[in-house]
Design a protein around this ligand. Structure first.
Ligand code: 2P0
Length: 325
C-alpha cells in the first residue's frame, strides 16, 4: 500500500480561468496546455492501515493549514473510492523546481499525488480517473497526468465525470518547442489564482465573453499544434493571455498580475519578431512571462530575458506523462 509518482507542471496556451462548480472544481471553459519537462514533483503515499491523522510533508516541512487540508481531502476521496481499508496515510512530496520558479507547483503536485495515492490504494493506472482526482486538488493538475499537449475538457455533467485532461499529442510530437520562464519578479502575488478567478467570475462584465472565446480558441489551436506552426500557436497563446488578463483587469476590485518588467518583456517579443526571432509570450496569474520559441532561437530569447532583469531563466520543453516508480 505504498507508491511513488512523478509529474511535471504545465503551462496553458489557452487558459483556465473560472469555475462553474467550486467544490468539484469544474471550469466554465476547456483549456489546453503543454506539460513542462524537465521540472517535476515526486510524491510518495503510503497507507498505514491504522487509525489516526495523515502525515503530510512537502519539500521537507510538515504541512499545516490549507496546504495540508487540500492533501488530506484528496486522500479522503481515494479512501471513499475503495472497499479496502487503507487507514491513515503518510505522504511525502518534493519538487525540483528552481527556487521561486514562478511556475505553479500545484499542477504537478496534485497530479503526482493523485497517481501515487490511487496506485498505493491498489487501483490500476487509469489516466482519466487520475485526472479527475487530480482536478479535485487543483484544476490545472488535471492537465499534468499526461505529457505533451493536453486538453482539459470542460464537460457538461454536474458530477464532473466528463471533465478531465486528455492528451492530444505526445511530447515527442514537437521536441524543438521551447518554453522559457523569465523570473522578472519574485514577489509573492497578492491575489491567489483561486481567489482571483472567483472575483473575476462574480464581478467582471467581460467574463461570459472570455469563457465563450476561450472554448472556441481551444478548437482553433489544435490544427496549429498538429502542424507544429509556432507562429500560429504563439499568436493564439498571446491573444488568449491578453484576453484572460483583460477579463481580470475588469473585475471589481481590479486584478492586475503584470509588473512593469512583465510589460517590457511582452513588448520586446513584438520587436524581436520584426527582427526575425520567433518568440511569443504567455502569462499566468503572476508577473513572470513564459516565452514560446524554438530550439534555434532559445539562446537569443534567454539573453533578452536576462537583459530585462530576469534573474533566472528556467528553460523548459514538452515533458512526459506522470509516472509511477
Ligand atoms: C491555467 N491558471 O490554465 C490558469 C492560467 C492560472 C492562470 O490554472 O483553484 O491553481 O486550484 O483550480 O489550477 C491556476 O489555477 O486553481 C491556473 P484551482 P489553479 O493554468
Amino acid at each position: 500500500m505504498k507508491a511513488t509518482a512523478t509529474a511535471h507542471p504545465n503551462i496553458a496556451l489557452v487558459k483556465y480561468w473560472g469555475k462553474r462548480d467550486e467544490r468539484l472544481i469544474l471550469p466554465h471553459q476547456s483549456s489546453l496546455s503543454v506539460t513542462l519537462g524537465p521540472l517535476s514533483v515526486t510524491t510518495t503515499v503510503e497507507f498505514l492501515g491504522g487509525d489516526g491523522h495523515d502525515e503530510v510533508t512537502i519539500n521537507g516541512k510538515v504541512a499545516a493549514g490549507s496546504e495540508r487540508a487540500r492533501v488530506v481531502e484528496l486522500l479522503g476521496l481515494v479512501r471513499s473510492q475503495t472497499k479496502r481499508r487503507l487507514g491513515r496515510a503518510k505522504m511525502v512530496s518534493k519538487g525540483d523546481f528552481p527556487a521561486a520558479a514562478g511556475l505553479a507547483s500545484s499542477a504537478a503536485a496534485f497530479a503526482a499525488l493523485a497517481v501515487a495515492a490511487r496506485t498505493a490504494a491498489g487501483f490500476a493506472r487509469d489516466t482519466q480517473a487520475e485526472s479527475i482526482l487530480a482536478r479535485r486538488g487543483s484544476g490545472s493538475a488535471s492537465r499534468s497526468v499526461q505529457g505533451g499537449f493536453v486538453r482539459w475538457n470542460r464537460g457538461t455533467r454536474a458530477d464532473g465525470r466528463d471533465s478531465f485532461g486528455e492528451q492530444l499529442f505526445a511530447a515527442s510530437h514537437w521536441p524543438e518547442l521551447r518554453l522559457l520562464v523569465g523570473m522578472v519578479s519574485r514577489e509573492e502575488k497578492e491575489v491567489k489564482s483561486r481567489d482571483g478567478m472567483r472575483t473575476t467570475v462574480e464581478t467582471s462584465p467581460y467574463y461570459p465573453a472570455w469563457a465563450k472565446d476561450a472554448e472556441a480558441e481551444v478548437a482553433n489551436l489544435i490544427p496549429f499544434i498538429r502542424r507544429r506552426d509556432l507562429e500560429a500557436v504563439g499568436a493564439i497563446a498571446e491573444k488568449n493571455a491578453w484576453r484572460m488578463h483583460s477579463t481580470a483587469f475588469a473585475a471589481d476590485p481590479p486584478l492586475c498580475y503584470l509588473k512593469p518588467a512583465t510589460l517590457a518583456v511582452i513588448q520586446t517579443c513584438a520587436e524581436l519578431r520584426k527582427k526575425g526571432v520567433g518568440v511569443w509570450f504567455t502569462l499566468d496569474a503572476g508577473p513572470n512571462p513564459v516565452l514560446l520559441t524554438s530550439k534555434t532561437d532559445e539562446a537569443k530569447v534567454a539573453k533578452v530575458l536576462q537583459q530585462h532583469g530576469a534573474r533566472e531563466v528556467v528553460r523548459c520543453r514538452p515533458g512526459g506523462d506522470a509516472e509511477v516508480g
